[in-house]
Unconditional design. Structure first.
Length: 238
C-alpha cells in the first residue's frame, strides 16, 4: 500500500488532496488543529487513515507528532506540507505578521526538516509543500505572507540541491497555486479563482510525476512568468 502524510488536512487543499489520494489507494496520515474535522474526513475516505492533532506553531510538539505518526503507520512514502496561514495586513499589525511567520516559516521548516531527515535515513521518499505564486514578488497588502512563501520556495530548493548532490531517490516538489477557492483567498478584486477540485487533481498529477516545481492551475505559470519579470517601476503601480 502507498502511504502518505498530509500536514494540514482539516480543510482546503489538504482535505481535497486526501480525498483524491484515498480514492487512488493511499493509506493516509492526516494532521491539523481541528481534530473533529479530521475524524469526519477519515470516516468519508475509502482507505485507512490515521488522524493526529497538530499545531505546527508548537514546533517541538509537531516534530514529536510527525515522528509518532510515521512510526504508527509503519513508515511513509510521501509527506505533503499543506499547512499555512496569511492575512491582508495593510496596517502591518504585528500580531498578524507574527502568526504568519510562526506558521509559514518556523512551523513549516520544522516539519520539512523532520521529514527530510526521515527520508535521508530511509534513502528514498518524496516531500512536497504548498508555497504560492505569491512567492515570486513582495506584496504591499500581505507582506509577511508573500515573504514567507518566498522563504519556503528557496528552502525547498536548498534541500533539493542537497539531495541532488547525494544522488538519492528523494523527490522535492514545490507546489505554487494561484488563487484557490478556499478561506485563504482574501482581498478585493480577486480574479482567476480556481475550483478546489481542479487544483487538487493537477497537484496529484504533478506528485505522481515527482516534479520539482508545479504551478496550479497551469495558466498561473504564464502569469507567474510575467510577475517575475515585470520591471519594478511597473510592479509598484499595480
Amino acid at each position: 500500500m502507498k502511504k502518505a502524510i498530509i500536514i494540514g488536512s482539516s480543510s482546503g487543499i489538504g482535505m481535497q488532496l486526501a480525498q483524491v489520494m484515498s480514492k487512488d489507494g493511499f493509506v493516509l496520515g492526516l494532521t491539523g488543529r481541528r481534530i473533529e474535522l479530521l475524524d469526519s474526513l477519515k470516516d468519508q475516505l475509502p482507505t485507512q487513515a490515521y488522524t493526529k492533532h497538530m499545531d505546527i506553531t508548537n514546533t517541538n510538539a509537531s516534530i514529536d507528532c510527525l515522528n509518532s505518526l510515521i512510526d504508527e503507520m509503519g513508515g511513509v512514502d510521501l509527506i505533503i506540507v499543506s499547512a499555512g496561514t496569511g492575512y491582508v495586513n495593510k496596517n502591518l499589525e504585528w500580531k498578524l505578521e507574527q502568526e504568519t511567520i510562526n506558521t509559514n516559516v518556523l512551523g513549516v521548516t520544522a516539519i520539512i526538516d523532520t521529514s527530510i531527515r526521515y527520508f535521508l535515513n530511509k534513502k528514498s521518499g518524496h516531500l512536497a509543500a504548498i508555497s504560492s505564486v505569491a512567492s515570486l514578488r513582495g506584496s504591499a497588502e500581505c507582506p509577511s505572507y508573500n515573504a514567507s512563501k518566498a522563504y519556503l520556495s528557496n528552502y525547498l530548493e536548498g534541500i533539493r540541491c542537497k539531495i541532488k548532490k547525494q544522488n538519492l531517490d528523494i523527490a522535492i516538489t514545490d507546489i505554487k497555486p494561484g488563487l484557490v477557492d478556499t478561506a485563504m483567498a482574501k482581498g478585493d478584486g480577486l480574479f482567476w479563482i480556481m475550483p478546489l477540485e481542479k487544483v487538487a487533481a493537477q497537484i496529484y498529477t504533478a506528485l505522481k510525476k515527482r516534479k520539482d516545481q508545479v504551478y496550479v492551475t497551469k495558466r498561473w505559470a504564464f502569469l507567474g512568468f510575467i510577475l517575475k519579470n515585470l520591471p519594478r517601476a511597473l510592479y509598484y503601480k499595480i
